[in-house]
Design a protein around this ligand. Structure first.
Ligand SMILES: NC(=O)C1=CN([C@@H]2O[C@H](COP(=O)(O)OP(=O)(O)OC[C@H]3O[C@@H](n4cnc5c(N)ncnc54)[C@H](O)[C@@H]3O)[C@@H](O)[C@H]2O)C=CC1
Ligand SMILES: O=C(O)CCC(=O)C(=O)O
Length: 467
């Protein structure tokens, strides 16, 4: 949307000057108020809904089969939504991202600095999932691109999957089922166990780990957990001091940590060696967390009696791809192992989770595009102001994302100070600061100058003006 636009006077009372040189994402003309008729969500009669002037100008790219609930919310706004079922190879992603203001992804699409550098119009990224490791969050913030996710809408789904896997591994269900599918009746009890009285070791006691802890105890398991943070134990669970303590004490070890340099290959040959003889490993966090060749060796040697993997270092872009050595060199060997459950990253894939995520993330995107609110953003300070009301017709909301350096507020307020600043909030996070101000008595003709003056400040990352 960097193409030039002409001055477009309209007859419907919302006529606005559309810039002939400014990119849509930053132009004041991009973010004009229009009537609330198509705006979704509950309305308070006196609340003035801020939104872009012409919502059909807002282009949204949704990748990786984002749930219908999310698509509907964005389409109801009048945004132009392009929906694709899978992720895109980097070159195609770069082509598409150049044009859009909003992108929605799940865990596969890598929004690296290289990709984001090309995303000249992008103002916001929605991760329709928990993990945000696939996005270069710092770079995005430095470009004034906010990132939102859904921090716990699929936690329960992951926890339930893990509970199912614990029982399935303890009873070798995958193998028995495969055998019978192939016509072989193989009734055995050797190496099959109840889970009652066994110890579950949870690595990462956050939203998922703690939920799992409650479910596991309800089934008669003892729970120990290891986390880098000191966390309150639920039920009778017990935090242990070191990873080694957890590995030595658990019959089942399950991973619920984010992808980070610290968690890369957190479970390798040495850690597998520290685990109990005949114990089980479950990984539904990120593929980089377990050294899979080391796991293959430990399973071949009988040290590990079973494993369940939902995530892999390299995952296919979408459904229908063959799970072979082309993706990860050890795939064929992994597939041949006994008592291993391999699932295609479905931890959060339930109707409940996907529909809730669709709603949560899309609402966050709409609030950001239309009102500039950053509540829940994972890479920006959280800033919000109470809504403008219909009794405030000549009010304008200014959003100024800037480098967090001394002296900026004075310079910004010198510009805003020509008007009445009704309310203002500013906060910073690392190198980036976010200022939101509602100013009154602004004439339509003054808006562009206001925007231009803010844009010209050397600290500027991005300026938006909404009314
Ligand atoms: N398989 C799937 O479909 C899904 C996978 N996930 C993955 O699960 C991860 C965990 O999710 P949540 O529980 O919601 O995250 P969370 O942020 O609520 O909890 C993560 C916990 O890990 C701890 N942690 C971080 N680094 C650690 C380290 N080096 N050692 C020990 N503990 C460490 C944190 O202190 C925190 O308590 C996500 O980051 C995501 O990658 C999340 C949802 C679905
Ligand atoms: O459902 C997905 O696509 C990703 C789930 C996941 O890994 C997450 O929420 O972090």
């Amino acid at each position: 949307m960097s193409s030039a636009k002409d001055i477009v006077p309209r007859m419907d009372g919302f006529s606005r000057t559309v810039s002939n040189s400014l990119s849509l994402s930053t132009s004041p003309t991009f973010t004009f108020h229009s009537p609330p008729s198509s705006f979704g969500g509950p309305k308070i009669s006196s609340t003035k809904q801020l939104k872009p002037f012409d919502t059909k100008d807002i282009k949204v790219l949704l990748l990786e089969n984002v749930n219908q609930t999310g698509q509907d919310i964005l389409r109801e706004q009048g945004y132009q939504v392009e929906f694709l079922k899978s992720s895109l190879p980097e070159d195609q992603l770069i082509e598409k991202i150049r044009d859009v203001h909003v992108i929605g992804i799940r865990s596969k699409t890598k929004l690296t600095e290289r990709v984001l550098r090309e995303a000249k119009n992008l103002i916001v990224i929605g991760c329709f999932c928990i993990g945000t490791n696939q996005v270069d969050l710092q770079y995005a913030a430095r470009q004034g691109i906010a990132v939102f996710n859904s921090p716990f809408s699929n936690s329960r789904s992951v926890a339930e999957l893990v509970i199912g896997e614990i029982i399935a591994l303890a009873r070798q269900l995958g193998d028995r089922s495969n055998e019978l599918h192939n016509g072989t009746w193989n009734k055995v009890s050797k190496g099959c166990w109840e889970i009652r009285g066994k110890t579950l070791g949870i690595i990462g006691y956050g939203h998922i780990g703690s939920q799992l802890s409650v479910l596991a105890e309800a089934m008669g398991m003892s729970v120990i957990y290891y986390d880098v943070v000191n966390l309150m134990a639920l039920g009778t669970a017990r935090q242990v001091a070191t990873l080694g303590d957890l590995l030595a004490g658990a019959d089942f070890v399950t991973l619920h940590v984010p992808e980070s340099p610290e968690t890369k290959n957190m479970i390798g040959a040495k850690q597998l060696e520290q685990m109990k003889e005949g114990s089980y490993l479950i990984n539904a966090s990120r593929g980089s967390v377990v050294d899979i060749p080391a796991l293959i060796n430990a399973m071949k040697g009988g040290k590990i009696a079973g494993a369940a993997l939902d995530v892999y270092p390299n995952e296919p872009a979408g459904n229908g791809f063959y799970f072979s050595n082309e993706l990860n060199s050890w795939t064929e060997e992994l597939r041949k192992l006994k008592n291993i459950i391999l699932t295609p990253h479905i931890g959060g894939s339930t109707e409940e989770a996907q529909s809730a995520i669709g709603v949560e993330v899309s609402h966050a995107l709409v609030r950001y595009v239309n009102e500039g609110a950053t509540l829940g953003a994972v890479n920006m300070p959280e800033v919000n102001l109470r809504s403008l009301t219909l009794d405030e017709p000549n009010h304008v909301r200014v959003i100024y994302i800037h480098r967090n350096v001394p002296g900026v507020l004075g310079r910004v307020n010198a510009i805003l100070g020509n008007h009445n600043v009704d309310k203002q909030m500013t906060d910073s996070r690392g190198e980036v600061a976010y200022l939101m101000a509602d100013i009154s008595d602004v004439k339509e003709a003054e808006i562009k100058d206001l925007w231009q003056s803010l844009e010209e400040l050397s600290s500027r990352i991005r300026t938006r003006v909404l009314y």
